[in-house]
Design a protein around this ligand. Sequence first.
Ligand code: SF4
Length: 414
Amino acid sequence: MNVNWDVSQNPALLKLDLYCRGIRLAEDCQADEDGRKILRTRAGLGSGLELLLPGDLWTNVPVTEGFAAQSPYSLHFEQGEPVIRRNGRRVCAVRLSPCPSWYGRTTSSGKPMTSIGSLQGTYLGIYLGRACDFWRGGDKKENCHFCSTGLNIGNDDEKDKRVEEVLEVVRAARDESGVTYIDFNTGFLDGDNYLEVIEPYVKAVKEETGLLVGVQCPPESDFSRYHHLRALGVNRVSFCFEIFDPLRFEEVCPGKARNHGLQRYLDAIEYCVPIFDTTNGEIIAGLESPESSIAAIDWLTERGAIPTVCVFRPLVSTDYKHLPPPRVEELVPVFRHLYEACMANGLPIGIAPNVHVSLVMLPDEGRYLSDDPDRHPWKRAKLALMRNLFRTRFYLGQWFRNGSPRPQKPLCAP
Ligand code: SF4
């Protein structure tokens, strides 16, 4: 069986192609007003329009970057329904990601709630601590060249976030948006004290809500601290080494190369796999060869870690703004391999309840790109069983804790 290359029939291919080409908004299109505002929060590789594609695939489509102006894709409204066209021909109907009711509100301290945290797909992302220190030093700054984090502080994202402010936003996102998972992240901090910064927030959120929590920071120098993080209840850790080719890593991520080195990221991943429910290693496809991205996927999955594979986006004002985005033909083998490698190694993909991610294509979404999507019937049956058990346990836990089976309205409800 071959991959279906028709974007109107294959939502994963459409998701990838939209990452690569972006979309133009037709003149009559009010997407940014009807759906979620385009936020330049501190996630270093995203900035687009949040959409739901067929198959319940959430995505974040480039619109402000220069290459999107040349895209064959355009977004229109037909009888009030948003529709994607390619070169003027209808591809499919889509939905705008719902704009959360709390997006227009402020915390009791007076800060816009979206400056504390924002939804990415269906989870809440919260950036903590001061701006990544790789952005300091003027001409000597060592930021990763694809990253926009240092450009966004003070625009849409708040520098100082108090625990109570974070809790307020978490409560709103849980009660009104059905959020089940909170993702905390930091950039590089001089002093390597990431967990010290993050732990008070993790502790408060876990104790009060019992929601799933993940942490994404550079690797600590003292790995034993990860046991303490686990004891606080953290479910997932993620390490963004971005590039697996050692020479390319040094070119793209000079600060990470000088301060930590690729090996420390890899060592931290191996250390954390037995400790946490999920350990992720994050890479960016399109900034190194597809073969190198595939080698990274193999390295991670053979050790029990789940790869998070982003697609390079040449964001406005970044050092790499002039580079072309990757071509979808280069990405398909990478994301097909992502799905196959996770299945071959029996990794628990797609089991967290109501977690849909817009900024990356998830491993289980890569199934649409497989030569034979039905190749692993028993493993898929096992994953479905795990998904149901995990979901039941999670919502029962919420019910016992809150007296009601929150979240009441999952965002992905049809
Ligand atoms: S470590 Fe690199 S990718 Fe992360 S915030 Fe800093 S510059 Fe951006």
